[in-house]
Design a protein around this ligand. Structure first.
Ligand code: AMP
Length: 403
């Protein structure tokens, strides 16, 4: 089976062609500068086929971008498909499904109205995702089924007590302002893999999944369901991130806005783009740069890393309390998968809750699923590479097979 996975942004579009049954990736790439000039990247995963790297292809709209992807996939010389009819379905990442979508869904004109109704909840992301879906329909026609996979859907199982904000109730009733959470596809994928690694049904497990990348979130997964997560109405909440502040006292906003005459748009720009570890360190949003600066004696780079680890540890403790225990802690995404030093820091001092110091030899391994738990640990500590595209392809295949 061939599933084309699309992640459309406002001026970019990432794609992968995958077989969801074997997990084999056939090709992937990126369209950038859509609506500006257009740069096209294509990486076939088949030997003997030539890649293309940021080549100029005019892309006035997302439709030309999708057409460029399809042209590359069926190219007689370097394509990986003999015709477009070999694409069985398309799976789209959609950021916000609001309260309308607790699972992935077949794309129909009616369901698209419900997706559009979520646009005010994610004004930067959802409209771009919708443009990607419409572009696919325009280029591929109505006969190729398409599925939407929502970042928020996995978290729809959160209980009211976890998702409500302590603000006047009418904002929930009238405007649906509440915690939604994001990275749901990743948390679902790695928690399922954790259960497989532990050889136990996920319905019997309490797992804390730490998706730590440029954007970071933590999720409490009890019996296979998200019961709490650190991001909120928007992906600004929770942990400090590359450039996002994470949680802080809303009074800080009032102070900055008044004293420095910053309007709300400017304030949100500060919190989304100039804060997090980049804001604290003044060095970079990338943890590799922070490591280098820290090694050279930069106090603020060290502090930014410490603040990040401290908050991760606090979430681990609070989610263990929320679930009444924890069987496994999972690290995934750029930082979670690649930083042995931060994993050590984030799990140190947790012996009181059954987490033994992690195995430093296993902690150095890269690129595959590893159990890095220390000897005698009651709580397993796992590193699991995330694969959101594969999860999207698997969901798409499941829905399309049932048609
Ligand atoms: P992601 O958003 O999941 O792609 O993660 C990207 C982030 O992972 C980068 O900004 C880096 O901060 C971090 N990262 C990647 N490789 C490493 C590494 N070897 N050590 C520390 N951080 C890393």
């Amino acid at each position: 089976m061939n599933i084309l996975v699309i992640n459309a942004g406002s001026s970019s579009l990432k794609y992968q062609l995958l077989d969801p049954e074997t997990g084999v990736l056939k090709a992937k790439g990126l369209c950038e500068r859509i609506g500006i000039d257009g740069k096209f990247t294509y990486k076939p995963a088949v030997e003997g086929k030539a890649p293309q790297n940021a080549v100029d292809i005019p892309m006035p709209t997302h439709s030309e971008a999708i057409q460029a992807v399809l042209n590359a996939l069926v190219d007689p010389e370097n394509g990986v498909l003999s015709s477009m009819s070999e694409i069985d379905a398309v799976g789209h990442r959609v950021v916000h499904g609001g309260e309308s979508f607790a699972a992935s869904a077949l794309i129909t004109p009616d369901m698209m109205k419900a997706v559009e109704a979520c646009n005010p909840l994610a004004p930067l992301h959802n409209p771009a995702n919708i443009i990607g879906i419409n572009a696919c329909t325009a280029v591929l026609g109505e006969d190729v089924p398409q599925v939407a996979v929502f970042d928020t859907a996995f978290h729809q199982t959160m209980p009211e007590v976890a998702y409500m904000y302590a603000i006047p109730y009418e904002y929930y009733e009238n405007d649906k302002l509440r915690r939604y959470g994001f990275h749901g596809t990743s948390h679902r994928f790695v928690s399922a893999r954790a259960a497989a690694m532990l050889g136990k049904p996920i319905e019997e497990l309490k797992i804390i999944t730490c998706h730590l990348g440029n954007g970071s979130s933590i999720c409490a997964v009890q019996n296979g369901k998200s019961v709490d997560t650190s991001m909120g109405l928007t992906p600004l909440a929770g942990l400090p991130m590359g450039t996002r502040s994470g949680d802080m006292d809303a009074g800080v906003m009032e102070y900055i806005m008044n004293k420095y005459d910053v309007d709300m748009k400017g304030m949100m720009n500060i919190l989304n783009k100039k804060s997090g570890v980049a804001g604290v360190s003044g060095v970079s949003s990338d943890f590799r740069d922070l490591d280098a600066a820290d090694a050279a004696g930069n106090h603020r780079a060290a502090l930014a890393k410490q603040m990040f680890c401290y908050d991760v540890k606090k979430y681990i403790g609070s989610y263990a309390a929320a679930m009444g225990g924890v069987d496994a802690i999972v690290f995934t995404a750029g930082v979670g998968e690649n930083s042995p030093a931060l994993r050590t820091e984030m799990t140190s001092g947790l012996e009181f809750m059954g987490v033994a110091p992690i195995d430093q030899e296993k902690n150095q391994l890269r690129g595959s699923e590893v159990d890095i738990s220390g000897e005698g640990s009651q709580v397993r500590v796992l590193v699991i590479p995330t694969n959101e595209e594969l999860m999207i392809a698997m969901d798409t295949a499941e829905i399309v097979k049932a048609l």
